[in-house]
Design a protein around this ligand. Structure first.
Ligand code: LLP
Length: 431
């Protein structure tokens, strides 16, 4: 099985985090997102323990909540000692409402509005990551008007080409995020930031991309960033104390995937930071990481009901389900691959090869193609694995489909943490 929390019970039903997924589908309806709380907590602890062992705990893991943002997630990661990375007023609002301490929040965004910056400043967010020069000026004005000084990091493009999908690759020069190193733009930004009275430049940030399976691009980014910290010290006489190295460790979506475990990646990054600091005689900075997918991705699955099967002779067999790109747009967007099982026949061999089609009015609304699956009939429960990240958070009301419910399972017991949207919710803002 893809993750160790997946098992099959005596009835041949797929169990996840100790809960029978067929029973969950019956009780809560479908489509249904199911999250395994123990696995989320284990992942949080895994990150924390590497920082403790390899770096004396001199760091903060900020869960990248764009992967899955809901109040219960912030409560869980907060209780494990993590902070949060937020990228919008909406995520910030949710985090604060859930009780996440503002000082543990890192605020991101390449197009933050004045009202988002104002909210971050007045609520006392710990760090704001600035993306471009006009933002520095706006933030300084907003902070000044609020009588506050804010800690900022500058988002740097370190020029690393991580091997991932083009849409999720962010560290190279042709990216909409941050200041480029190669062009001198980054150094100019450091100089500019130091001139604003209400901004306190505490460090640098970079994020090279997402679903990265290897350690080397991360280690290289760390080396580049430490080198730049040392260059800032020698050119400007300023020693910046913090380095945020973003997120990005990949997860197993299919049996064929073989990503480096995040612990190994973080160990390699910290090793590179320590080595580079030693050779530049630069004090080891306080480190921040922003993992999203590797905390929640494998800790989630989605359950659907099979509505129909259509075989087009010599072409393909469609298994049609009651959800689709409205709850998981990742195949439509990136051709991302997933494993699927018929949850009520989980012990049977996956002898068919099918295309899983959604219910949206669009031919590209697929969960996947050429997917091995048990023989499906209408009424079966289909489980799509490893959907914990970037599914609910990228869900839409396309075709006015209500967003699905999220249940959290822990040691076999399930509770709803996000309710299923109703048709009333759908028209709530219509006038
Ligand atoms: N920090 C920053 C600044 C980011 O932009 C991201 C992801 C993360 C951290 C978290 O990265 P992670 O650890 O989750 O890889 N929708 C795409 C993924 C977009 C990722 C955007 N930024 C997908 O479904 O694959």
């Amino acid at each position: 099985m893809l993750t160790p929390n997946l098992t099959v019970n005596a009835e041949g039903h797929l169990c996840f985090g100790g809960a029978d997924t067929v029973a969950l589908a019956k009780q809560h309806g479908t489509p249904l997102y199911v999250m395994d709380e123990n696995m989320i907590r284990e992942n949080c602890r895994g990150y924390e323990s590497v920082i403790a062992q390899e770096y004396g705990g001199r760091g903060l893991i900020c869960y990248a909540s764009k992967a899955l943002s809901c109040m219960e997630l912030y409560r869980i990661v907060d209780s494990e000692g993590l902070g949060a990375d937020v990228i919008s007023g909406g995520e910030l609002y949710t985090a604060l409402k859930a009780g996440m301490p503002a000082e543990k929040i890192v605020m991101h965004g390449n197009s933050k509005s004045d009202s988002e910056l104002h909210m971050a400043v007045t609520r006392g967010v710990g760090r704001i990551v600035c993306d471009h020069l006009p933002e520095l000026e706006r933030l300084d004005r907003i902070a000044g008007a609020a009588g506050k000084t804010v800690n900022i990091l500058l988002r740097i493009k370190p020029g690393i080409d991580a091997h991932t999908h083009d849409f999720v690759k962010t560290g190279c020069i042709d990216s909409k995020f941050g200041f480029a190193l190669e062009t001198g733009e980054a150094m100019a930004a450091v100089k500019a930031a130091s001139l604003y009275p209400n901004l306190n430049l505490v460090g640098l940030h970079c994020h090279i991309g997402s679903q990265i399976l290897e350690t080397e691009p991360f280690a290289e980014a760390a080396r580049v960033m430490v080198k730049f910290l040392a260059q800032i010290r020698s050119e400007l006489g300023v020693t910046l104390p913090e380095l945020n190295l973003g997120g990005g460790p990949g997860i197993r979506y299919t049996e064929a995937d073989d990503p480096k475990p995040f612990g190994e990646i973080i160990r390699a990054i910290l090793g590179a930071v320590k080595e580079s600091c030693a050779s530049a005689e630069f004090p080891e900075p306080f480190i921040l990481f922003e993992p999203g997918r590797s905390i929640v991705g494998g800790a989630g699955l989605t359950l659907y009901t099979v509505m129909a099967k259509k075989t087009i002779p010599d072409i393909r067999t469609y298994v049609l389900v009651d959800g689709g790109m409205c709850d998981n747009p990742r195949y439509a967007l990136y051709h991302s691959r997933y494993e699927a099982l018929i949850a009520n026949k989980a012990a049977a061999p996956r002898s068919a090869s099918v295309t899983i089609g959604g219910k949206c009015c669009e031919s590209g609304d697929l969960i996947g193609e050429d997917m091995p699956l048990q023989e499906a009939v209408p009424g079966d429960t289909l489980a799509v694995l490893a959907t914990g990240a970037y599914n609910y958070s990228m869900a839409s009301n396309y075709n006015r489909n209500p967003r699905a419910e999220i249940v959290m399972v822990r040691d076999g017991a399930a509770r709803t943490v996000v309710k299923r949207e109703s048709y009333l919710d759908i028209i709530a803002n219509d006038i």
